[in-house]
Design a protein around this ligand. Structure first.
Ligand code: UD1
Ligand code: UDP
Length: 375
């Protein structure tokens, strides 16, 4: 019998944790692997929320989060910390996901040690290195380094082939976010109390259509966030809607939103929701207004229209399926598009259809079989 393969899975932020916990569960349960997990702690409370619900206890925690951390300090700390963990663990594969600073530094530290990298959610491209910033460059760096490119869709696989990535290293697996969504839906089905914490807000907003809001993109700091806040104020003038807005803890986001939206009776600015409660918000909302990457994938799967407050998207599949629409960050445009969905039943029905362009919920099984091939 051959020795088990040592896999070091690295993540640090909420979305990476959500998209990787199903893979860690599968690796832990498979005797072909010795699965080790290193969290960078790039996020703290938002990361810990996911670790708790998924029942993960990382083997390493670098705890790098500093309030309002700059990209250069963050990246420097990540690179040296992750390198030390790799020296101790000597993995056969390093697994990273997506396009965060943690993922990019993890890939780079592995490259410096000639450890092969498997990139989950490979090949997303907006074509603009400033949107999203700095994620477009992070994923291009990881794409240059990775030995195994686990593309969620044919579109992302094609983007890699266009960049001359060796075709035999690219595999279309679907996005693990759908595996995560199925898992959390099953968990809530078994234990509804996990997602019952919104009951008070649901009662307060009874009879109103709920708009779920998230916003955190760095490229929207300095203008974009203010415009988003102005749009929310305008939408909140209607008394037939209520907005539930779990506010990202980044101080740049908090300062703008607290200043612009405090005291509006039908806007609930709340702390970040844990994953079961966010799944509940997706379930009860009429539509989502978001600049998030993950929400663009989850909302189509649930048939919830999502208006994407960004100029470009690396996830054109949701737009092509008709469930997502790019609305930018111009206040007037955001208000117009929300108003259209609220007042035009046909326009709403056109978008509110479940599509699964991002996966079938069985991505993890495909990824595990690819990792089982000794690099
Ligand atoms: C990061 C990722 C981004 C991803 C996003 C998901 C980078 C460069 N950015 O952006 O790609 O879309 O996460 O949310 O990798 N904070 C807390 N508690 C937390 C998390 C954050 O207080 O649990 C605050 C801290 O002040 C921290 C700040 O938010 O300094 C920014 O966190 P950071 O990870 O640097 O950037 P995000 O904007 O969260
Ligand atoms: N999410 C969550 N609680 C919240 C907001 C979002 O659990 O209050 C989840 C959401 O379901 C999705 C992910 O976090 O899976 C998206 O994370 P985020 O928007 O922070 O990052 P991005 O996807 O833009 O990188």
């Amino acid at each position: 019998m051959t020795d088990p393969l040592r896999i070091l899975t690295i993540f640090g932020t909420r979305p990476e944790a959500i998209k990787l916990f199903p893979l860690v569960h599968a690796l832990d349960a498979d005797s072909r692997f010795i699965s080790r997990v290193c969290v960078s702690g790039q996020h703290r409370d938002m990361l810990d929320q996911v670790l708790a619900i998924a029942g993960l206890a990382p083997d390493h925690d670098l705890d790098v989060m500093q309030p309002g951390q700059t990209l250069d300090m963050l990246t420097a700390n990540l690179l040296s910390g992750l390198g030390q963990v790799m020296d101790a663990e000597k993995p056969d594969w390093v697994v990273v996901q997506g396009d965060t600073a943690t993922a990019m530094a993890g890939a780079l530290a592995a490259y410096y040690r000639k450890i092969p990298v498997a990139h989950v959610e490979a090949g997303l491209r907006s074509g603009n290195i400033h949107h999203p910033w700095p994620e477009e460059v992070n994923r291009k760096i990881i794409g240059t380094i990775a030995r195994l490119h686990l593309a969620p869709t044919e579109t992302s696989a094609e983007a890699l082939r266009r960049e001359n990535v060796a075709p035999e290293t690219i595999h279309v697996t679907g996005n693990t976010v759908i595996d995560a969504l199925h898992w959390i839906t099953r968990r809530i089905g078994q234990e509804p109390a996990l997602a019952a914490g919104l009951a008070e807000l649901e009662a307060r907003f009874n009879g109103k259509r709920i708009i779920g809001v998230t916003s955190h993109r760095r490229e929207n700091f300095g203008g974009g966030l203010e415009a988003i806040a102005a749009a929310i104020r305008e939408i909140a003038r209607r008394d037939d809607v209520a907005l539930i807005f779990p506010v990202h803890p980044n101080p740049n986001v908090r300062a703008v939103m607290d200043g612009a939206l405090a005291g509006l009776p039908n806007v609930a600015m709340i702390e970040p929701l844990d994953y079961p409660h966010f799944a509940r918000l997706l379930d009860i909302c009429h539509l989502m207004l978001s600049d998030s990457g993950g929400v663009q994938e989850e909302a189509p799967a649930l048939g919830k229209p999502v208006l994407v407050m960004r100029e470009t998207t690396e996830r054109p599949e949701g737009v092509a399926a008709g469930t997502a629409r790019l609305v930018g960050t111009d206040s007037r445009r955001i208000v117009e598009e929300v108003t259209r969905l609220l007042d035009d039943e046909a326009a709403y029905a056109e978008m509110a259809r479940a599509h699964n362009p991002f996966g079938d919920g069985r991505s993890v099984g495909r990824i595990v079989e690819l990792l089982a091939i000794r690099p």
